[in-house]
Design a protein around this ligand. Sequence first.
Ligand code: ASP
Ligand code: MG
Length: 423
Amino acid sequence: MALLVMKFGGSSVADAEAMRRVAQRVVSAHRAGDRVAVVVSAMGDTTDDLLDLAGQIASGTPPEREMDMLLSAGERISMALLAMAIEQLGVPARSYTGAQAGMRTDTAHGRARLLDVQPDRVRRTLEDGAVAIVAGFQGISTDDDITTLGRGGSDTTAVALAAALGADVCEIYTDVDGLYTADPRIVPSARRVTRITIEETLEMAAHGAKILHLRAVEYARRFQVPLHVRSSFSDQEGTWILVGRPLTEDTMEEPIISGIAHDKSLGKVTAVGVPDRPGAAAAVIGAVSEAGVSIDMIVQNVSTSNAETSDISFTLPETDGQTAVAAVRALQEQMGFSDVLYTSHVGKLSLVGAGMRSNPSVASRLFSALADAGVNIEMISTSEIRISVICDQTDLEAGVRAVHTAFDLDAEVEAVVYGGTGR
Ligand code: ASP
Ligand code: MG
């Protein structure tokens, strides 16, 4: 008998029919003898619709506390309807809000972080032989106010619940069959990854792969929760995300490259002619981080025209471009650098795979593939299990396809895309 946490994204519970399909799946697992706790997202576009409504009522920024109260309602609708659908099939089910499920958070409305998870009621429900359903994406703050965890936060709820219950696996049901070697909408010959380590998944998620909420993957790594990402529209096995990859016979055959992530929504800021002295980078990057912008890649090069200065470039989410430029400009006069440049429409391609370090040919193969595809590389950064390059956004898709082929990742058959969003 296993203890499962099954998480269903918005597209998996979009309407009554989808809800019944999910209920069937939950009931099958329950009848097979497993104890099942379910985490649900809001139905379809409910969260966006609620955001729109709030925008129509409140001009400017609506009060954060009320926003969270409003948005948390989306998941409550799903959980109650799913409980009813499961009861219809003859299995007892009880739904719980995040607060009832013991999801204690800090007080940061709209982006609350979990502080403590005590799912006693969920545990008791499972012991009673019933299915427990928990509203994703929400909790209750240390001030006893309802909070939400940020967009896509239901994945985090599911992983946190799985960790607290000591579940055998956290199954993430979505509208794609799992993790692919590249986005199948760009690379039709992308392959489903059968097994991947949590570290590789973290790199994929952090560098643009949209399948899992980054925080959920971080949480899963910290608490060693095995994940199984799969489609709620088919019975096929999806992708197993494991804590450490056992070298069995079939995994030994797998390529050391797990996949290619890409991110189209970056911008690049360059401080030009920064005096080359200790503290320069600290000042520039410090100012940006103080403005609340998270920086992605940083490159500093000694400029050739004047060896006394260097250029500092960094990439960041495109939406934070203007904030970062303003923060750097504010330093310009005092530090005496010559200019601040901003480029939008910057793309990033990341090749991820365990064992990359020990294989220097990987980098040269990557760069040759990009060169053959006519993609100019603007910046490069590496980690133990990833190589990322920055290029023009318009070159990105061609680059991803070229690299996918160069690393023999192409499958014979086209990937199945259900037309969803991967949520
Ligand atoms: N309903 C929330 C959202 O759309 C949370 C989630 O789906 O994970 O962001
Ligand atoms: Mg959603």
